[in-house]
Design a protein. Structure first.
Length: 161
């Protein structure tokens, strides 16, 4: 587990409290860059790095999806997994208000509320995955099962094939 107290994010504090092991990576960044650029900066394989996307359904409820960075969310499949007719991505300006995180630092662990969350089933094939650590400049690596537990998520087929 990460030992550096001054850089703990809410997500890391939750992982520590749950006694979930993780590795913390940091990178220098002043503003949002996409996850592919982050993977390149840190020398991480794309298939291990996942991004967190937030959607809103017809019901006006929010839903969180964690998918590989080089993949696209299939909104129809995703909607079906959460019992919605359709979903749309939330506006960037709404990310902080909805999640408590900012664009580029959003993670499924420790949002303002616990939203229904789905992790792409491809994660089950990996020993470890890497997701945002809860702020720009921070990534955490943990087992997919531990991410699922910490985020109260389920695995599902949610990406465009």
């Amino acid at each position: 587990m990460s030992k550096n107290k001054d850089i703990k994010t809410n997500a890391m504090r939750i992982l520590d409290r749950e006694k979930i092991e993780y590795t913390h990576y940091t990178y220098e960044c002043e503003e949002f860059i996409d996850a592919l650029q982050i993977a390149d900066m840190l020398g991480l394989p794309y298939e291990k790095v996942y991004k967190t996307l937030v959607t809103v359904g017809n019901s006006k409820n929010y839903f969180v999806f964690v998918i590989p960075i080089a993949k696209e969310l299939d909104l129809k499949k995703a909607a079906k997994t959460v019992g919605e007719k359709s979903l749309s991505m939330i506006h960037v300006k709404d990310i902080n208000e909805v999640t408590g995180y900012i664009r580029g630092g959003c993670t499924a662990i420790g949002m303002k509320k616990r939203y229904v969350t789905r992790i792409d089933e491809s994660a089950k094939l990996l020993d470890k995955i890497i997701v945002s650590g809860g702020r720009i400049g921070s990534q955490i690596e943990l087992s997919p099962g531990d991410l699922c537990r910490a985020a109260g998520a389920e695995f599902a087929d949610i990406v465009v094939v």
